[in-house]
Design a protein around this ligand. Sequence first.
Ligand SMILES: [Zn+2]
Length: 258
Amino acid sequence: MKKINEYLADKEKTPAEDTQQKPNPDENKKTNTDENKQPNTDENKKPSTSPVQPATVIENGPRTAKRIALTFDDGPNAQFTPQVLDILKEQKAKATFFVLGSSVKNHPDLAKRIVDDGHVIANHSWNHPHLPQIAKKDVAKELDRTRDIVKKVTGKEMNLMRPPYGEVNDEVLSTLGERNLSVIKWDVDTEDWKGKSPEEIVQTVISNAQNGSIILMHDAGGDRTSTVQALRTLISQLRSQGYELVTVNQLLGKPAYK
Ligand SMILES: [Zn+2]
């Protein structure tokens, strides 16, 4: 976590420093003291020489609004994804699906349905490896193959990415940064992957969710009967507490696609 904070600190420092040391040749010609109040013009003229910034990891949205994002990982899955989509449609709720490229290849119809139903589709790698444990070129392949198959099937080029197991290191973050991907983790883990009962899943969310929460669930990768059974209650309880359910990009005010 320290490393992520360092990246944030670096990223925050850079623009401020840039505006203080503008190497703009036009400045020498001008005598107007107001010129420093027009940083946009100067910024536009300045050639970009800084290297690509590593991606930063996001775990939640703003804590100021009663909005929450439900997320589903590891699909699409022939058995569980349609059940999740049916409940979301019935409840008129939108969610974000972090899909595996290999599963999109096997179930292109479900990837398309995710998008057609108004949900957001996002990158979760091709094969779900531990990204810090594989070579940079293989990380790139995991990202790009998934990007390409999703674009082919849905027409969308994804902006959001969730690393398998939430695992990143410096090299992974730089590979993600080169692709300008937003790295999305979570602040509430339903632990549905641990074999929790529907009641336990609901209880975990209700006890831990707060403004801006990103909630981790799974629509694949094992028996997700409990997740499906929890979903309707989960949605109605969150709404009864005044939360609006939004997609991750809406929560963060970012575009879902390129
Ligand atoms: Zn996963």
